[in-house]
Design a protein. Structure first.
Ligand code: ADP
Length: 631
């Protein structure tokens, strides 16, 4: 018989499986059972519209048959089966597995991630088997085929006999080795446990012939007899009574279903009757999946209609800002054969989605109030998404989300909610102050914050790009306006101080005009600062766009290099109490060239403090060098 070669990618995955040191090799059984269950789903679906299938729901089953003498394990299903072409296409190549392209440079042995994160399907059989034979007959076909492979050399295909539709997979188990005992996969007890552990909610019976003990009156002892036993409980967890379930049951379900080894931060088991009847099981993960903040990520809940899955990821059930939620909804109100397009307009679905949104918000609120540490963990992972949610759709959802937000505070560098901030505002404090920049460390050193701190006011440090945009969208919280410490008038000083500043400004009017002239369009104004205490200079902004926003917007592809530059209206603020200010005044009277040079220096310094790149760093450097040489 001709041996055919595997496609290159398949060969790599296969190699990985054969040489796997993965400690949970046992997952191969889960993978094969899932495939079998999928195949039965397909035939069952077909039977709903095609009466000639002639199979009833309760006739579908998966049969597991171990043979300890031959050291084989057989997994058989009576699902839709595969044609010769499908056998080749599905088992000879990995068509859609993203696993390999994701971890191209994975070295053999370093396979924990790939297996843990994706589940690798059929090929996982090679973690425990030295040879695999797949006999399959597609539903409606006359002929059956056998696919066989003992590893990377390739596979063979031949026609064979099989009476009914379905697939039978025979694993020839590997020889036992020091690190792994493969015999255990022929032990009934072990297999039963594995099915319970991984495949308990498979909706078809998973059966195995096992010893059943019965008391023999004559022999006066329990004697075994062989009996076909169903190993899984089949009832999906979400259909069970909440009182029957422990937190652990939900956690195990979550981990097995979503291949996440971390315990979820919260779960919601909702049972609803009334305008919409449904069961929902929702989870809030502890960590964002690696692709969460990428275009590739697909949100959605699995949708079931009376226990039968009708859509893997129903996006309409989750608003974007809660896209991190994983879980499922099971509703008898939805028809099995509903199409994607119809679903979008389904009234029931909309009601369910609204309810679910409420449940999620309640759960998060509860976590925020009662489990602060967990909430902070949640916010580290998904806070960004909530902030996007505030900003998107012109702030349509800001009111729903504002109380879920947290920002780092200048008080102890801890995350605070807006309510907490407002509750401890000083009596004379009018605004909610914030500073925005690359990092907390940087913001702490920002000269513009000096006065605000001196007053004992708390400052929110905004370090994510979206933060300031979200804040601008919120505009206010609890009737308190937000105010950037680096923008506009902070309105901090006493009447006396304000008067003083006004006077200095008046006296220095001409000098400021000269300095503004020197810097040209780079700034809109030179001004006496009311926010600086020890630093001589800073940049602030006037109007809608802050210096930080300018930086962010110009780094974005659509505005940045290809499009128009966005510009903040910058103001150069000088500290009149700083010795440098006196120096400037002297120079204005005696040496305007030097004043011009100092103006440029001060402007560059202010930009550097702000974390903005200098347009002309070498000019800055030579001005500095001149200054040193003449000092
Ligand atoms: P996945 O299940 O992720 O698609 P697998 O490698 O496990 O990847 O399986 C590849 C394909 O082979 C499946 O999508 C399915 O079409 C087919 N297949 C696997 N096992 C069976 C089976 N028992 N019955 C019918 N088709 C199967």
């Amino acid at each position: 018989m001709e041996t055919k070669e595997f496609k290159a990618e398949s060969k790599r995955l296969l190699e990985m499986m054969i040489n796997s040191i993965y400690t949970h090799k046992e997952i191969f059984l889960r993978e094969l059972i899932s495939n079998a269950s999928d195949a039965m789903d397909k035939l069952y679906f077909k039977s709903l519209t095609d009466t000639s299938v002639g199979m009833k729901r309760e006739e579908f089953r998966i049969l597991i048959t171990p043979d300890s003498k031959a050291r084989t394990l057989t997994i058989a299903d009576n699902g839709i089966g595969m044609t010769a072409e499908e056998l080749e296409a599905n088992l000879g190549t990995i068509a859609k597995s993203g696993s390999l392209s994701f971890k191209k440079d994975n070295e053999l042995g370093e396979d924990v991630n790939i297996i843990g994160q994706f589940g690798v399907g059929f090929y996982s059989a090679f973690m425990v088997a030295s040879a695999v034979t797949v006999t399959s007959k597609a539903y409606g076909a006359n002929k059956a085929y056998r696919w066989a492979s003992s590893g990377t050399d390739g596979y063979t295909m031949e026609e064979c006999e099989k009476e009914t539709a379905g697939t039978e997979i025979v694993l020839q188990l590997k020889e036992n080795a020091d690190e792994e005992d493969y015999d255990k996969y022929t032990q009934e007890y072990e297999l039963k446990n594995l099915v319970k552990k991984y495949s308990d909610y498979i909706r078809y019976p998973i059966q195995m012939e096992m010893d059943k003990y019965e008391y023999d009156e004559e022999k006066k002892e329990s004697v075994p007899h062989r009996e076909l036993t169903t190993l899984n409980s089949m009832v999906p967890i979400w259909k069970k009574n909440k009182s029957e379930l422990k937190a652990e049951d939900y956690q195990t379900f979550y981990k097995d279903t979503y291949y996440d080894y971390e315990t979820p931060l919260a779960y919601i088991h909702a049972k609803n009757e009334g305008t919409a009847t449904y069961n929902a099981l929702l989870f809030i993960p502890a960590k964002a999946p690696f692709d969460y903040y990428s275009k590739e990520f697909e949100k959605g809940l699995t949708l079931y209609s009376s226990g039968v899955m009708i859509m893997e990821k129903c996006a309409d059930l989750l608003p974007d800002y809660f896209s991190f939620v994983r879980g499922l909804v099971d509703s008898e109100d939805l028809s099995l054969n509903i199409s994607r397009e119809m679903l979008q307009h389904d009234r029931q679905l909309k009601i369910i989605a609204k309810n679910i949104e409420k449940s999620i918000k309640n759960e998060l609120t509860k976590m925020r109030d009662n489990r602060r540490e967990d909430y902070e963990k949640f916010f580290q992972a998904f806070g960004l998404q909530l902030k996007f949610g505030v900003y998107q759709s012109y702030g349509m959802n800001k009111d729903a989300l504002k109380d879920l937000l947290m920002f780092t505070s200048s008080f102890e560098n801890k995350l605070v909610t807006l309510a907490e901030y407002v509750s401890r505002m000083k009596e004379d404090q009018k605004f909610i102050y914030y500073a925005s920049g690359d990092s907390v460390a940087r913001l702490e050193m920002l000269p513009q914050t000096e006065m605000v701190r001196e007053k004992g006011y708390e400052i929110l440090y905004l370090t994510d790009n979206v933060d300031e945009f979200a804040i601008k969208m919120l505009m206010e919280y609890d009737s308190k306006q937000f105010k950037s410490v680096t923008a506009g008038d902070l309105d901090l000083g006493t009447e006396e101080e304000k008067e003083e500043i006004k006077k200095t400004a008046e006296d220095s009017k001409d000098m400021f005009a000269f300095m503004k002239e020197t810097l040209g369009d780079k700034i809109t104004e030179v001004r006496v600062s009311s926010r600086l205490k020890t630093h001589p200079v800073c940049i602030t902004s006037e109007g809608e766009i802050s210096v930080e926003m300018e930086k962010i917007l110009n780094e974005m592809p659509q505005t940045g290099a290809n499009g128009e530059k966005v510009e903040a209206k910058k103001v150069l603020e000088l500290n009149a109490a700083h010795p440098v200010f006196e120096k400037l005044k002297t120079l204005y009277a005696s040496d305007k060239d030097k004043l011009a040079a100092y103006t440029k220096l001060l402007y560059s310094q202010a930009l550097l403090i702000e974390g903005v790149n200098l347009e002309n760093p070498s000019e800055f450097s030579s001005l500095m060098a001149d200054l040193m040489a003449n000092a």
